[in-house]
Design a protein. Structure first.
Length: 270
């Protein structure tokens, strides 16, 4: 009798929960297949959009776990487990984690924006957040630069994406802005010819856009000339230093004086 009782009870449980279990298995299999299909489709879209590899991995994992959690909640609801309280616990936990990691989430969002809109890429010379350097690595939370003196600079992506960014590489060329002051007695036409010859004959100075030399200001003790050669972005500092030196030598050879500050000492006689 006892065995028959348990057998009957087992049949009742199978009749009651069997269809639900079969439905859960089917939904889980179909849902898992559907998640894989979505992830593949999103992956193809990101490939076409040329997303950064680190961004693709992060977004794919984020989407995968979001869809798996939704599938898990659907399965629980089919079994008959109340999911409202479970969802409330997840929401509260998510809020607490979000508040605790507010800065990190801002940096992640900033990193995503940088990878999507691409204001710079690895190898670009940029200036941002008061720092200048060549972009070494773009990570999810930070961007690493190699400074001009070979120092490593780490910038948080949150503040980086919300601030001003100057990209010196993106256009391929840069203008070198130099100023030379000569004595008031110097001939302006001759000075312009000497300086223009210096920048026009330099092998790394581009002829298009054309280099230029113009009177910039009539200063207190000198006539200042704006010297503006153009070069490739990677040649900037070579052109800057070599033109500075070559211009001084050329002006000296032409007898054009570069004035220097004078001090006048006045002594009171007692």
């Amino acid at each position: 009798m006892e065995m028959e009782k348990w057998t009957e009870k087992g049949y009742e449980l199978i009749l009651e929960f069997g269809p639900k279990l079969i439905g859960v298995v089917i939904i889980f299999i179909v849902g898992s297949w559907f998640i894989k299909l979505i992830l593949k489709s999103v992956g193809r879209l990101m490939e076409k959009a040329s997303y950064d590899e680190s961004l693709k991995k992060f977004l794919r994992n984020l989407l995968k776990w979001t869809l798996k959690i939704l599938l898990f909640l659907v399965v629980l609801s089919i079994i008959g487990i109340e999911t409202t309280s479970f969802a409330a616990i997840l929401a509260a936990a998510g809020l607490a984690i979000g508040l605790a990691l507010q800065g990190s989430l801002a940096n992640f969002a900033g990193g995503a924006l940088i990878m999507i809109f691409k204001p710079f890429k690895i190898g670009d010379l940029i200036e941002a957040q008061g720092e200048m350097g060549v972009v070494k690595e773009i990570e999810i939370f930070t961007t690493r630069l190699t400074g001009l003196s070979n120092k490593e600079i780490i910038l948080p992506n949150g503040s980086l994406s919300n601030g001003n960014i100057v990209n010196y590489t993106v256009n391929g060329t840069r203008r070198v802005d130099l100023v030379f002051g000569v004595h008031y007695d110097s001939d302006i036409k001759q000075t312009k010819e000497v300086l223009l010859n210096v920048i026009s004959t330099h092998p790394k100075v581009l002829q298009e856009p054309q280099p230029s030399v113009n009177v910039l200001a009539l200063a207190e003790s000198s006539v200042n000339f704006a010297v503006r050669p153009w070069c490739k972005a990677e040649d900037y500092w070579v052109v800057y230093f070599e033109i500075m030196e070559a211009a001084k030598i050329a002006l000296d050879q032409a007898g054009i004086e570069i004035p220097y500050p004078h001090r006048v000492l006045i002594q009171n006689k007692d």
